[in-house]
Design a protein around this ligand. Sequence first.
Ligand code: ZN
Length: 472
Amino acid sequence: MLAEALLNAQKSETLPCLSGKEVFLLYDTFGFPVEITTEVAGERGVKIDMDGFEAEMENQRRQSQAAHNIVKLAVENGGDLAENVHDTEFLGYDTLSARAVVESLLLNGKSVIQVSEGSEVEVLLNKTPFYAESGGQIGDHGFLYVTQDQSKQTAVVEIKDVQKSLGSVFVHKGTIREGVLEVGREVEAAVDAKLRQRAKVHHTATHLLQSALKKVIGQETSQAGSLVAFDRLRFDFNFHRPLLDGELEEIENLINGWIGDGTLLQTKVMSLNDAKESGAIAMFGEKYGEQVRVVEVPGVSMELCGGTHVSNTSEIRAFKIISEQGIASGIRRIEAVAGEAFIEYINARDSQMKLLCSTLKVKAEEVTARVDNLLEELRTLLVKLPLPLLLPACRYGVWSSYFQMETNFYITVVLTLQENTVADTIYEDPWRNQPTREDTDLLERKIIAAVHEMKDLLNIEYSIAFFLELLG
Ligand SMILES: [Zn+2]
């Protein structure tokens, strides 16, 4: 991802620079610390718009603050609303659908008594089967239905997120798909069972992952954050080096073994002291009350956890790590898939492999050898190419021909690839003005970056020298 962004920046026609937005995206979405981005970009002659990055950071801080405040302010300033709002009773450990009463409705953060079709709404119910985002697990999706005379459906609300506010008030965020929803109405609240199952599978798999990690790399590693989503799980932990392939394999084997054991999970509510004494692991950044919920996979894992879990480890079906990387100094991140998401991942990989096989016209087990051969052929070909043909081969063509149009000088580049030397004089245009020092510096950086990129791609040894001769 970082490499892709840098390549794009290098190809740009002006001074190569990563915008603040790009740096922020790398940081926020892909987990690249800004120090690393700066360092890698610097090596490739790409500048970083730090001011732009800071502005994006500030922007996000404001937005998350604002999102946080909407519910809080509305509930607090709603006058009688604040008095009427009480903790939502959570039924979702035992059931996926329940009848509940609409206690409050919020439209753009303001308390209202009814909301009509098409509106984005926040719904507060007296009780709910919907899980609200917490402990890393995302909120449930599903529907609220209003029925009249037990059969006729008069309103449908699609729920796409559930957040907790003011301690234990569940805020169901969604859109009125049909009809009108009013305060005081009874609704049938129905959680999307397939998505809930995906979250359960990933949540239990996260607990197994924590245990496997401790077994393989040491008890002292601890959780630094986690995300339990429908399509994957993400687990951050403290460790000082990248995990070895063998360690990742051992972790997967342990977890798949536990899945195969078909162990029944046990959930107990006990006092915080009892839980600590029995050795339960606490979740990072969570606050706990006097009474805590302990989720146990007997013989494997015991954690304080309010999340939803499978009842038997066999429901997870299979577990696969899809990436392991550093995200900050001393913190590593594993992303993995399990259950339905595992099957989707394997199928997608299989289609990619089939496509590769059909393009290369070989069987899957021969792909590596075929690609090695092709790269070797390419290396041999490239060192024989004259430079003006070589540079476009490094995806440099567009810029170099543009520069050629704009300048009036000779530049001789001597490039040595795998001990073969190619020298060439390129860019000659006697009808244009003399280039400035900046132009030639830029050209030099661009050529070096292009050759660098080729070196990374083909893993070839190279050296490069420039002789600039400006026409007077
Ligand atoms: Zn948990």
